[in-house]
Structures are given as structure tokens and as C-alpha cells.
Design a protein. Structure first.
Length: 245
């Protein structure tokens, strides 16, 4: 492998952006993936460069296999082979099950589950050749417990957990580690759509009495990608302030 090179899907903002910055601080060169917010991706890229690390920003819809393949080719051409994949891109939304359209259901799975499948398959050839590498998926505590009016989102995040555990078993003999992080309620712009007061209620319901920060998840990714975690694979690290203890 050509050094430490990380690709983080959905990394123009929110959790993904914090993960990209933390990994740059850890010495990784970074592929910033975005779908629509090129401006935000460029901001993240500038911060990565300010840390003395190489980086590129690549637009790709992870639900589209051809776009994912093109993103990995761009990464190889400009940085090198990916040694760390963080499958973070995802969509969320609330709806009662009777109001959830088939189109919306399929879109959730296309981005949240198919996206992980596509990126993992594209990252694996060189990892298998080198007999090393690290894959981290970003699920949710709702993938463990389920959430009212979020059946599609919860189902996709539960699927990611099953995918991670199975993949970890399959790839362990090759030296590739696969783990999952299940965030709790993280204070990102995704929460801005909630009715007034709901964020305060969620913070009160969290045993640590606060919402999570994107930096909390980035720290968990940093740990699982580190040498200190070299004997950890197939695990789901719940980072939720004790919400579902």
C-alpha cells in the first residue's frame, strides 16, 4: 500500500467531515467524498491540506456502482490504494410506515446498505492482495434498538451491523479488520429538522446528559483504525452516551 490513505464516504460535513479531519491529524491522506455540497467538501479539503496531508474531493453517489468505481480510480491515480475505508454516507428521515413510499424505502437501502457494499467491494482487491486493511461502517443505535417512525432507517442500520459482522468473519484470515460504530444522537444539521425542544429532550434522555459531538465519533473511528485496536474485529462500538444501556 502507498502509505496511509483513507476514504470516508459522505465526508463533506457532519460526522464524515470530523472523521476526515481526525484521520488527517492521525497521518492519513484523505479522499473526501460528497454528493451535493462541493463547497463544504472543499472546505474540508483545505483544512486537510493545512495539516500537511494530501487529499482530494470526489463527487460520487455511493448507490451508483459506476460512480463508486470512478471514485476509487481517482483515488488510486492521485493518492494511491485505500488502506482505510470508512463507510459513513447515509440518509435519514422520519415517516410512519403507512406513509413510507416504496421509492423512499428503496432509496434508503440504496444509499445506506448498497453504498457500503459498493465501496467495500471496490476497496477489497488491494487489501486482499496486501493481506491488511481496515474497514469501518457507521451504523446507528437505532440499528440495535429500532426507532418509532424510522423503520426504513433502522432497518438499513441493522443491515449494516449484520454485514459488518459477517464480513469480519470472512476477512479475518486475510488480516483485514472490519468493525462498526453505532452513534447515538449526534448534534449535526440532521437534527435541525426536529420540532423545537426535541433536542433538549433527547439530551435529557441520554445518561451523560448531552448530545453527542461529531468529534466523539471521529475519536472512535481513530481508535478502531489504530494499531492499539489491531486485535479488534467484528465489533459494534456503541457511542451513544449510554442511551440504550
Amino acid at each position: 500500500m502507498n502509505g496511509k490513505i483513507a476514504l470516508i464516504t459522505g465526508s463533506s460535513r457532519g460526522i464524515g467531515a470530523s472523521v476526515a479531519m481526525r484521520l488527517a491529524q492521525d497521518g492519513y491522506d484523505i479522499v473526501v467524498n460528497y454528493l451535493e455540497r462541493q463547497d463544504k467538501a472543499q472546505e474540508v479539503l483545505q483544512m486537510i491540506h493545512s495539516l500537511g496531508r494530501r487529499g482530494i474531493a470526489v463527487q460520487a453517489d455511493v448507490s451508483d456502482r459506476r460512480q463508486v468505481e470512478a471514485m476509487f480510480q481517482a483515488a488510486r491515480d492521485q493518492l494511491g490504494e485505500i488502506s482505510l475505508l470508512v463507510s459513513n454516507a447515509g440518509i435519514a428521515g422520519q415517516a410512519q410506515i403507512q406513509d413510507l413510499t416504496e421509492e423512499r424505502w428503496k432509496r434508503f437501502f440504496a444509499v445506506n446498505v448498497d453504498g457500503a457494499f459498493h465501496t467495500v467491494q471496490c476497496a477489497l482487491p488491494n487489501m486482499l492482495h496486501e493481506h491488511r486493511g481496515c474497514i469501518i461502517t457507521i451504523s446507528s443505535m437505532w440499528g440495535l434498538r429500532g426507532a418509532s417512525c424510522e423503520s426504513a432507517y433502522s432497518a438499513t442500520k441493522a443491515a449494516l451491523i449484520g454485514f459488518t459482522r459477517s464480513l469480519a468473519n470472512e476477512l479475518a484470515p486475510t488480516g483485514i479488520r472490519v468493525n462498526c460504530i453505532a452513534p447515538g444522537v449526534i448534534d449535526t444539521d440532521m437534527l435541525d429538522e426536529l420540532p423545537p425542544g426535541v433536542k433538549d429532550t433527547l439530551a435529557d434522555e441520554t445518561p451523560l446528559r448531552r448530545l453527542g459531538r461529531t468529534e466523539d465519533i471521529a475519536a472512535a473511528v481513530s481508535f478502531l483504525a489504530s494499531e492499539e485496536a489491531s486485535f479488534i474485529t467484528g465489533q459494534v462500538l456503541t457511542c451513544d452516551g449510554g442511551f440504550i444501556v
